[in-house]
Design a protein around this ligand. Structure first.
Ligand SMILES: Cc1ncc(COP(=O)(O)O)c(C=O)c1O
Length: 378
């Protein structure tokens, strides 16, 4: 089996599992309790907060734990409206956001919120000219993802933030797919809110964070016992938090070792094999900055699911894992103006830190064999 679906989720690294294990058993204490054993657990949570802060270039008190990307995105959007107390009622999001953003904003339309979708150009980049035309003093929030989940294109978030801030709007970026794959520095992006999903960077599922700009008095996410400085109540998912902290420090080591550069080379190798063996294959987003691990491709005349069905050894995505059963085609491609028949062909191959050269070569061979009905030597 060849796993090339790391954008859907990543395996938890062995070192991450080892770091987490004691917090299920001998260090199971509630970090809010007053006895010394609990204090040691609270200390572990604080250390993880520091590690995640270091990865993103922010201070630890800006890191608020959540259950993952979906919760962070929901909170960023709903909290932004609450922040303005009805004084601003417009939300702008790009047309290529994850459903955890698009579904949340769509649900607000019936409450009288003016939701506008910022168009995307044919390369897979949000259109800055269209953003400018939509921005006004009524804008409560602008939300544009940092890296697209389906084809990996990296969005000009710093530019978006600069323009949105001119009209006083809050700015959120869903960095779920970016963190762990490219260096993400929140102060350089100058966003107010940034979402992290642990299971995309070799930490477990069910842990993530919302990073909140220092000094922003952002409304609380969940009400209750006042954990997270009152910003998000609920007894902390300590093993998950410790795991995310460890995953953040391993990510720093991976960057220091030029892991992302090596991954890009491997990805380019895969694209070379693919285009050599399947001339009618189209790769999206190649003209613009992209994640180093993602290939979004379609083969003329092929449905993504049909082609993958003929490659039973290959584990890949047909767009976001959350809506692989719909008929509309990959939403990102549709937003780019790609016709539905082609957008239904999207296959997403996403590499991980464990991916080998032999795997990418075989993956290309498997796809080529399926398309041509016979083995093709690369
Ligand atoms: C861009 C993006 N945002 C948000 C999410 C949701 O994150 P989670 O699964 O942690 O809720 C995903 C997961 O596929 C994603 O790709």
């Amino acid at each position: 089996m060849i796993y090339l679906d790391y954008n859907a989720t990543t395996p938890v690294l062995g070192e991450v599992v080892s770091a987490m294990m004691p917090f299920f058993t001998e260090k199971f204490y509630n970090p809010s309790a007053s006895y010394p054993e609990a204090g040691a657990v609270a200390q572990a949570v604080a250390e993880a907060r520091q590690l995640v802060g270091d990865l993103l270039g922010v201070s630890p008190d800006q890191v608020v734990w959540t259950s993952g990307g979906t919760e962070s995105n929901n909170w960023a959007i709903q909290g932004s409206l609450a922040y303005w107390h009805g004084k601003r009622d417009r939300i702008l999001v790009s047309q290529m956001e994850h459903p955890s953003v698009t579904q949340t904003v769509k649900s607000l339309i019936s409450e009288g919120i003016d939701v506008k979708f910022i168009p995307v150009d044919s390369r897979g980049i949000v259109r800055i000219d269209a953003l400018d035309a939509l921005l006004d003093e009524r804008t409560a929030l602008v939300s544009v993802m940092l890296a697209n989940n389906e084809i990996g294109t990296i969005q000009p978030v710093a530019d978006v933030a600069q323009r949105a801030h001119k009209v006083g709007a809050l700015v959120h970026t869903d960095a779920s797919q970016a963190v762990g794959k490219i260096v993400v520095n929140m102060p350089l992006l100058d966003v107010d809110l940034l979402s992290v999903a642990g299971h995309k960077l070799y930490a477990p599922k069910g842990i993530g964070a919302l990073i909140i700009k220092a000094g922003l008095d952002f409304p609380q996410g969940l009400q209750g016992g006042g954990q997270e400085g009152g910003r998000r109540s609920g007894t902390e998912n300590v093993p998950g938090i410790v795991g995310l902290g460890k995953a953040a420090s391993l990510t720093q080591e991976w960057f220091a070792d030029k892991g992302h550069g090596k991954q890009r080379t491997l990805r380019n190798e895969l694209e070379h094999y693919l285009t050599q063996a399947i001339p009618q294959c189209r790769i999206f987003g190649q003209q613009v900055p992209r994640l180093p691990n993602t290939v979004g491709l379609a083969v003329d005349g092929w449905l993504g699911l049909d082609l993958l069905f003929l490659c039973p050894e290959l584990r890949a995505g047909t767009g976001s894992a959350c809506h692989s059963d719909t008929n509309e085609g990959a939403p990102t491609l549709r937003a780019m103006g790609v016709e539905a028949s082609v957008a239904r062909g999207l296959i997403r191959l996403s590499l991980g830190r464990q991916t080998t050269s032999a795997e990418v070569r075989t993956a290309a061979q498997l796809l080529a064999r399926a398309v041509q009905g016979q083995p093709k030597s690369l």
